[in-house]
Write a protein that binds this ligand. Structure first.
Ligand SMILES: [Zn+2]
Length: 297
């Protein structure tokens, strides 16, 4: 489909780490994902480059409420846009204080550099989307597919035979392998694999990953993702059993991930850096440890 434009948000001055997607409809342009507020300048430039004004965006579809996907949605709401989100993400968009507090506990003084601020979106401009609910904008239908596993408030957006897979479709950058982004607090391997099975039944031609871009061979991509999710979770499991402090796991985990990337052709340090920026090892260690804790409690 040629009415999809991928906008590179150049997160932390790196190419192909975070995307937003401009969808041209007969009723004007829409966005799937906004990226963080820290990259709003690049997003506005990207929208203009495709011949629109940022204020033209009246519909914003979020895969989930993590800051690298939803952090700039409030700015579009201020220009009059409606923001579509899963019911479990709704309250955090309506009042982002808890979301920002927990992010600040993790990122501290890096908050502004990484994500920027977030303002509340009024209820009149927020729309909760249930599984398989659809919204029609002009000639284009957006279908919400509830796909938990990465986050409990995750939606993959389907347009015809194209799926915008948020993070449930994994991270794959510039021809490298697909890896599962596993930040806390919601990682659930069983739910994620159930979501993958659900996506496999959708008869898709292509997927667009927020990190980063188009995937044509959907089935083999998702099979790789599912296998790697298991292998990462199983790598963490003995450390959970042995109560290893997280700070002791991060380095060996990162080495395991890098070795896997290198084995799959990601040898350029810039390319390795893109993977780490999109999917930090420290986050995946924390998220997978939390998964095992919850499963064993
Ligand atoms: Zn993400």
């Amino acid at each position: 489909m040629n009415h999809i434009k991928v906008i590179d948000l150049e997160f932390l001055q790196q190419k192909e780490v975070i995307a937003a997607f401009l969808i041209e409809t007969s009723a004007g342009p829409c966005l799937v994902e906004t990226g963080p507020y820290s990259t709003i300048g690049q997003l506005k430039d990207g929208i203009q480059k495709h011949g629109y004004q940022p204020e033209d965006i009246q519909h914003v579809f979020l895969s989930h409420i993590h800051l690298d996907h939803a952090g700039a949605a409030w700015w579009f709401a201020k220009q009059g846009a409606t923001i579509y989100v899963h019911p479990k993400g709704y309250k955090h968009m309506n009042d982002p204080s808890k979301l920002m507090d927990s992010a600040t506990r993790i990122y501290g003084s890096m908050m502004d550099t990484l994500w920027g601020r977030m303002e509340a979106i009024p209820s009149e401009q927020l729309r909760s989307m249930e599984d398989e609910e659809t919204i029609t904008v002009g000639d284009t239908q957006f279908e919400a597919w509830y796909t938990p596993g990465h986050a409990v408030h995750h939606i993959a957006w389907k347009l015809g035979k194209t799926l915008f897979s948020g993070d449930v479709g994994g991270v794959k950058i510039n021809g490298g392998p697909v890896v599962p982004p596993c930040p806390p607090p919601d990682i659930n391997v069983e739910d994620w694999k159930a979501s993958i099975s659900k996506i496999l039944q959708l008869d898709l031609d292509e997927m667009y990953l927020t990190h980063y871009g188009k995937v044509d061979s959907v089935a083999s991509h998702l099979e790789d993702l599912s296998n790697r999710l298991d292998s990462w979770a199983n790598w963490i499991h003995p450390h959970f059993k042995n109560d290893t402090p997280q700070q002791n796991i991060i380095m060996p985990f990162q080495e395991m991930v890098q070795a896997e990337l290198i084995e799959n052709g990601v040898t350029d340090p810039i390319h390795l850096g893109q993977y780490e920026a999109a999917n930090p090892s420290s986050m995946s260690v924390a998220g997978l440890m939390r998964y095992w804790e919850k499963r064993n409690s």
